[in-house]
Design a protein around this ligand. Structure first.
Ligand code: UT7
Length: 349
């Protein structure tokens, strides 16, 4: 064809990006990766910063240490590292990715999205890219969003990254929050797999009325940055931890059971459960209620704390690398977080 306008000859507009006619049927995880800062902040370090103790933090939350970004590291740096590893693990190249979804509540900038920063830094030449904010449920929401777009034929290979540099938004004068969180990123490349493998079902939910229990009140359009916002420390995470706690165990169990029943499965069918790593007591409550043996739960909260949207991706990456999760295993993923939001997915890895 001659006379194609220069605009239409851009690669963004080539037929490869329009997959409608060849929509994928089974979608699974082709590759995964994770990344986190080298710097470790221990409970003993925190004892010197706020009125707390190693004993309180370990017994109330299960956390001993967490990773924290230095001043020059932003969410996209960790997201890129995790994303690069996931693309390599999938045996793909950056140019094979045609959708990037970054789940984060701590974007590098309000605009452009962190997904667009990742796209530029990883040299992904043309694709759709956007962020979603489902706080700690971000990894599940991100995967679910990507699956929907892929099932509609809009992408063949999606890079989904849960990444948060939460410690940039944590008040290191507030002992109720600063002991709980850590930074990191977990990524997965989704693509076509053989029938019977891949994601079998998901559930998503939210209750916006419970939003004030976990929020950053300042810095958005409701309370733009001002001296008053800064002085009141409103640009930091505020949390009614015990309110979130009360709701967490029930919602984790209900959403995982919901996803399992959609797939015609029961909790006992799962080889592994990867829960969002918020508090060991929440995870233990879920273990009891779901009646799944403890050794099937992937738990790394002791070393990472709550990494928000990154927690499931980091835990899964570790468990795959150390040989616990193998190809073909049935894995349940479940999370809850700010919003309040919740969600679960069942995947045959
Ligand atoms: O990913 C989703 C995000 N959030 C969560 O998942 C958080 C869910 N909630 C939790 O994990 C727990 O509620 C916390 C770990 C945050 C708190 O545990 P808790 O057993 O619910 O404690 P609490 O908030 O009821 O506080 C008990 C006491 C209070 O003292 P008083 O009022 O009883 O004298 C707090 O002031 O513990 C005190 N406290 C601390 N003491 C030492 C709170 N934080 C600390 C601290 N060190 N860091």
């Amino acid at each position: 064809m001659d006379n194609l306008s220069p605009r239409l000859s851009y690669p963004e507009f080539d037929g490869a990006r329009n997959l409608k006619e060849s929509s994928i049927v089974a979608i699974g995880i082709l590759g995964i990766g994770s990344a986190y800062p080298d710097r470790i902040l221990t409970n003993h370090d925190l004892e010197k910063m706020v009125d707390t103790s190693d004993e309180w933090i370990r017994t109330r939350s299960g956390i001993s240490e967490r990773r924290i970004c230095d001043a020059d590291t932003a969410t996209s740096h960790m997201a890129c590292d995790a994303g690069r590893k996931a693309i390599e693990d999938a045996g793909l190249k950056p140019e094979d990715i045609d959708l990037i979804v970054v789940a984060t509540f701590s974007p590098d900038t309000l605009i452009p999205s962190t997904a667009c920063w990742v796209m530029a830094k990883l040299n992904i030449p043309n694709c759709a890219a956007f962020d979603i904010n489902a706080a700690c449920t971000g990894w599940i929401y991100g995967v679910s969003t990507a699956l929907g777009l892929m099932q509609n034929g809009l992408a063949r290979h999606a890079l989904v990254i849960g990444a948060d540099a939460i410690t940039k938004f944590v008040d290191f004068q507030d002992r109720a929050t600063c002991v709980l969180f850590g930074d990191g990123a977990g990524a997965a490349v989704l693509g076509e797999v053989e029938q019977g493998r891949g994601f079998l079902s998901e559930t998503l939910g939210a209750d916006g009325r419970m939003g004030p229990n976990l929020m950053i009140p300042g810095g958005g359009s409701a309370r733009p940055i001002s001296q008053e916002v800064l002085d009141n420390r409103e640009a930091y995470v505020k949390m009614q931890g015990n309110e979130v706690f009360k709701f967490a165990v029930r919602i984790m169990c209900d959403s995982l059971c919901g996803a399992l029943s959609k797939a015609g499965l029961a909790p006992a069918d799962l080889d592994w459960v990867i829960p969002h790593q918020a508090n060991i007591r929440i995870i233990e409550g879920a273990i009891k209620r779901l009646d799944i043996p403890r050794e099937r739960f992937i738990v790394n909260i002791e070393r990472f704390g709550n990494t928000s949207a990154a927690s499931i991706g980091i835990a899964m990456d570790e468990a795959v690398r150390d040989g616990r999760i193998k190809r073909g295993d049935l894995v349940g993923l479940v999370a809850f977080g700010g919003g309040l939001t919740w969600g679960a997915a069942v995947v045959r890895y």
